[in-house]
Design a protein around this ligand. Structure first.
Ligand code: ACO
Length: 329
């Protein structure tokens, strides 16, 4: 196994809005059923924001929890990276609001946009920043309020998504072999239209978007499903090769939580038994960039990841984007 790690996760934290939306609640909104949702996706409940909570509130709470877990003060943070497709406003970045809310006065702050792969892309950036001396203490946050951009009349998408934030503090490793072993990122921009929100940007500004119903998530589910199975499998195989690890070396795989059937297919390709695969989509739905950091924090909390364990994270999302990371805890 490679041992060239220069950065490590110092602490993680989450923010989960208290309000819950069950499959039963969704039955009252669109023509769907608990049975359909569970069979096709594995989802049971998701958490959603109320009118008062915004993306930067969730992101800031997750960041504060991660800072506390890492024993790092907000002033020590030199870089804040927020991965999101549901930022508070078009600009400035949600990371700017987070910087202000948590008092990280010495940080440069910016957002990245890689849909559900956003946290993995952020981890790759943080790892590179630390390895090149650009940063020393970096907050990577995946935060989404997807329930604000779903079409509540479209049963094929509105049942899938939830709101949450997860954060990690990344810092230099201490040379004992623990830390980020490898990261991998990939994009295929030929397939943008299969999963997107066309409205609200400069091409279709808010007024046009509202008139033409473009201000919500559009997804060709079955096409995205096929691409996700292929790309998640590829990302998993790639990271094992890059980090020099085999399936036997992996203690836990944390996949993006979009669909239980996609996760099962990825695990099969990796030849991983079910007990080595973390699944929590039944409790949160698909929270896009937040799904992996929330699962990572939860798995650590449950004692499923101990010091020295190897964890592989695999993501896929709109763009299409996909990526993976291997870490020794
Ligand atoms: N309730 C009941 N019936 C439904 C629902 C619903 N909520 N949604 C769709 N249906 C119906 C369809 O109308 C269709 O009916 P028909 O056969 O009469 O035409 C039937 O169910 C089957 O629909 P499919 O879309 O073919 O169902 P599928 O098995 O593909 O499941 C799903 C749909 C869950 C969306 C799946 O395709 C999927 O998970 N896709 C990938 C999602 C994903 O990975 N997204 C990536 C990340 S998201 C991001 O980046 C923001």
């Amino acid at each position: 196994m490679q041992n060239n790690t220069g950065s490590m996760i110092l602490g993680t934290g989450v923010s989960i809005p208290p309000k819950v939306l069950t499959n039963g609640d969704l039955e009252k909104i669109v023509d769907t059923s608990d049975e359909w949702i569970q069979t096709r996706t594995g989802m049971q409940v998701r958490h959603i924001v109320d009118d008062k909570l915004n993306n930067s509130d969730l992101a800031s709470e997750a960041a504060q929890n991660a800072l506390q877990a890492a024993g790092v003060a907000a002033e020590e943070i030199d870089t804040i990276v927020v991965a999101t497709v549901t930022g508070d406003v078009t600009f400035p970045s949600t990371a700017c609001y987070v910087q202000d809310k948590i008092g990280a006065i010495n940080a440069a702050a910016f957002d990245i946009q890689a849909a559900c792969s956003g946290f993995i892309f952020g981890l790759g950036i943080a790892d590179s920043f630390i390895n090149t001396g650009q940063g020393k203490k970096i907050l990577v946050i995946g935060s989404e309020v997807l329930t604000r951009i779903v079409d509540w009349k479209d049963r094929s998408t509105c049942v899938l998504f939830g709101d949450a934030a997860g954060a990690a503090v990344i810092g230099p490793s201490n040379g004992d072999g623990r830390g980020i072993l490898a990261t991998f990122m990939k994009t295929d921009g030929r397939l943008t239209e299969l999963l997107c929100m066309p409205g609200g940007g400069s091409k279709f500004p808010a007024e046009v978007a509202l008139r033409e119903n473009l201000n919500n998530i559009k997804m060709e589910g079955p096409e995205v499903f096929k691409a996700a199975v292929r790309a998640m499998g590829d990302a998993a195989m790639h990271i094992m090769e890059k980090a020099g690890i085999s399936a036997e070396d992996i203690d836990l795989m944390i996949p993006h939580q979009a669909n239980k059937r996609i996760i099962d297919a990825t695990a099969r390709r990796m030849k991983l038994p079910a007990e080595k695969v973390y699944v929590n989509l039944q409790d949160y739905g698909n929270t896009s960039a937040a799904s992996i950091p929330v699962a990572l924090d939860e798995a650590k909390d449950k004692g499923l990841l101990k010091e020295g364990d190897v964890c592989v994270m695999v993501a896929f999302g709109g763009g299409f984007t996909w990526g993976s990371a291997a870490i020794r805890i």
